[in-house]
Design a protein around this ligand. Sequence first.
Ligand code: HEM
Length: 210
Amino acid sequence: MKATDQKIPRFDVAERVAHWLAALSFLYTALTGLALWSHKLYWLAYVFGGGAVVRGLHPWGGVIFVAALGMMFRRWAKQMRLDAEDREWLRQSHKYAVHDEEGLPDAGRFNAGQKMLFWLQSCSAAVLLVSGVVLWFPETMPRVLRLAAVLIHPLAAIASIGGIIVHIYMGTAAVPEAFRGMIQGWVRPGWAASHHPKWYREVKARSGKH
Ligand code: HEM
């Protein structure tokens, strides 16, 4: 899609497919994980086909999630590096929270908060994968690894779920139209200019050249 007066391409098909595969597999894995973690949440297992099904499929949900996140990582890791302006943005991020963006450095394609989410998810996914494999095949693992995994796996999951709750709120209620960018792949110029001004200038400059 080319940038026009009405539509600015935001995410291409590969980015959207990877994102929604990650989102669906994350929701499945998180909810089935909560069912396995706490007696109080075991009722969730019935929603997903019963305890045995959930025990069998939860790790596979995790494998799909890590694979989808890996696709996002390949695509975005470079763009998610924090630069000096991002660090300044983070120092002043309280302003973003209260919609007083005066003096905040202009955000590029992703703002520093989005970049932090990306790194939080990437790190927690790596920890979840390693500790998850230990819990998947406990009989082949030394006791100390099993004990460490029992502790670390839910802690990483809580960090990841916490981040995603904020992310879902930001991507739906807090920043209207962002959702359409991830569904249809484009945003309005006005949206791009107000939420990602530096990126908007770059897109305009690029499309001016063609
Ligand atoms: C399940 C509900 C989810 C919704 C409604 C949602 C929504 C969105 C939206 C609207 C965007 C585009 C933001 C923009 O244009 O600036 C986005 C981007 C992104 N999403 Fe999601 N997402 C969800 C789940 C996930 C999950 C499970 C992950 C897993 C890691 C994830 C990771 C990302 C990342 C890394 C980005 C790019 C940076 C960012 O915008 O934060 N999303 N998402």
